[in-house]
Design a protein around this ligand. Sequence first.
Ligand SMILES: Nc1ncnc2c1ncn2[C@@H]1O[C@H](COP(=O)(O)OP(=O)(O)O)[C@@H](O)[C@H]1O
Ligand SMILES: [Mg+2]
Length: 245
Amino acid sequence: MTTPEKLYEGKAKIVYKTDDPEILLTFYKDDATAFNAQKRGTIVGKGQINCTISRHLFQLLESQGIPTHLIDTPSPNEMRVRRVTIVPIEVIVRNIAAGSLCKQTGVPLGTLIKPALVEYCYKNDALGDPLLTRDRLFLLNLATPEQLEEIRTLSLQINQVLSEFFNQCGITLVDFKLEFGITSDQQLVLADEISPDTCRLWDQSQTDPNQRVMDKDRFRQDLGNVESAYQRVLERVLSGIQAQS
Ligand SMILES: Nc1ncnc2c1ncn2[C@@H]1O[C@H](COP(=O)(O)OP(=O)(O)O)[C@@H](O)[C@H]1O
Ligand SMILES: [Mg+2]
């Protein structure tokens, strides 16, 4: 066994090359960052939890006809994925107003958004991942109109599948971030991860606005019990998957 070559290291994962140029190994870290990495910390066990949650959600989406980069998970915090060229757009889907939407527009926290809102941010840490307009997106050549249409359609389908699944788990899917990539054979697939780092998840059994938070907002806002919240999401997802089979 040769030591795998590191391709790049992001805030949450390390990406390694494998013997197959079409396959990458992603290692999920316990590192946590927020506010464009100005706040840093560790969430013990997060790597394994996020990798496992992501795997199950990707499998669920695949079963519903949505192509993803998932191949398999050789260990609890490692995922083998199809190598893609990441489209440098962070797609945000919102069902309930929270976070930057409230800050930037004044829409009150918790406002129901129907139909769901799809937003696009430029995946560029140096620029602070700014919100894009459709015209800016084309100005920057980040995607073609056809790709953008496909990304939007897939994102809304993903929202349908995930909202329904989380609802069955007693969790409200408030909003989430997606990344898409293009394979060497030009297929657009869902990439990166879907986890409590990238979703806002509210526990339906809690009414208190702080108690209900099961996602990275616990870390962002110093709400405490971050590890146990992530663990509870994993347990609910595992029960939800089991209930389906
Ligand atoms: N299938 C894939 N092929 C290539 N790169 C990927 C794939 N899935 C995710 N990535 C990229 O891996 C990098 C590391 O992930 P992460 O640590 O979450 O990064 P970030 O700091 O940008 O959030 C990101 O740039 C992400 O877009
Ligand atoms: Mg990331």
